[in-house]
Every structure is written in structure tokens, then in C-alpha cells.
Design a protein. Structure first.
Length: 194
């Protein structure tokens, strides 16, 4: 797996799964930097943000490089990918935003799309899974659909695995988890963060 495979798959299929994007020790040092205080995740945008546990049950915290060198290193790695995607695919990606997500036992996130066509700045969605002892049957899979609502992929959240997909093109959901599920969700943006 490599950046070239990512570029090829995004340009042809619109999505890519990169197994072993990070190894378990890299994942652990990032987790060690995550603050203990998480907030209920919200849905909507700007003035319409709201809590709605019937749609989304995870807890989140936005990540910043100041939280520690491992997070800064991860964000620098994502910036290198951003630059490579711009160089090869001319996507006009200007920034990257990311947050840590924790799904308690039983939590889920109903089907949604990260960026409606032409309505926002998110261009490519990323999800890095951080679950060291995940087993088939633990639930929490990411299910991705095409525009006709056909299931394209059911992805188990194994440690170190990362998925990239075009934010406007793929409705997706997180199925109910049978134990705590952790990940880092991120978005390559067409506008810079303030």
C-alpha cells in the first residue's frame, strides 16, 4: 500500500482502504495524547449544530498539534498526503481538520454524507481506526453506499487501518458497536481553517 495506490484508487473509484497506515505502537502514542474530556458529538453545521443521540452516539474532541508530538506528527503526515493529492489530482485541498471519536458500547452513527455537493468545504474524508483488539463480530463497521443506495463496502475498524473517500460521493454509516470503538476522523478541505 502506498500513496500511489491511494491516488490511483481515489481517481478511479473515489475511495481507498490503506491497511497498516500506522502500526499499533504509533496508534498508542497518539492515543496517549488524547485528552480524557470528550464531548457528545453533534450534527449539523455552524448555527444548526445540535445533539441528537438517535442519529449519532459518539464522543469527540478536535485534535490540534499542540496536544503532543505524536498528534503533530500525524497531522504533518496528513499534510504530506494533502500535498501529494494536490500535485497529482489537482483537488485544491488547502487544509485538514480532524477529531478523535469514541463510540461507547451500543453507539452508532446513522447513514449520512459528509459534504453535500457544492455546499461545503470537505473534499476527502479519512478515518483511522485505533482498536488494538478488535475482532470480527464486535460491530462498529463502516458501511459505505453508492448514490443508488447499494452497499459498496462494509469495513471492520481494525487497528492501523485507514479509509479515504470523496466526501460528497458516498453516504455511509457506523453500525452499532458491541464494545468501545475508537478512531480519528478527518477531512481534507478546500478552504483553510481560520
Amino acid at each position: 500500500m502506498s500513496i500511489n495506490s491511494l491516488i490511483d484508487s481515489l481517481s478511479t473509484s473515489g475511495w481507498y482502504v490503506w491497511d497498516d497506515f500506522l502500526n499499533p505502537s504509533q496508534i498508542q502514542v497518539i492515543k496517549n495524547c488524547i485528552p480524557n474530556k470528550l464531548q457528545d458529538a453533534r450534527i449539523g453545521h455552524l448555527d444548526s449544530l445540535q445533539d441528537n443521540k438517535s442519529i449519532r452516539g459518539d464522543l469527540t474532541v478536535w485534535l490540534e498539534p499542540e496536544m503532543g508530538d505524536p498528534i503533530a506528527s500525524y497531522m504533518a503526515q496528513m499534510d504530506s498526503i494533502r500535498q501529494a493529492l494536490n500535485c497529482e489530482l489537482y483537488l485544491g485541498l488547502r487544509d485538514f481538520e480532524t477529531h478523535f471519536c469514541c463510540y461507547p458500547n451500543g453507539a452508532f452513527y446513522k447513514k449520512h454524507i459528509d459534504n453535500y455537493k457544492g455546499k461545503g468545504r470537505r473534499k476527502i474524508t479519512t478515518v483511522l481506526y485505533m482498536n488494538e483488539s478488535w475482532q470480527t463480530g464486535d460491530g462498529g463497521e463502516l458501511v459505505m453506499y453508492d448514490s443508488a443506495d447499494n452497499e459498496l463496502l462494509k469495513l471492520e475498524p481494525f487497528c492501523g487501518r485507514m479509509i479515504f473517500f470523496m466526501s460528497e460521493d458516498f453516504p455511509h454509516e457506523v453500525l452499532p458497536t458491541q464494545k468501545k470503538r475508537e478512531s480519528i476522523a478527518g477531512w481534507f478541505l478546500t478552504e483553510s481553517l481560520l
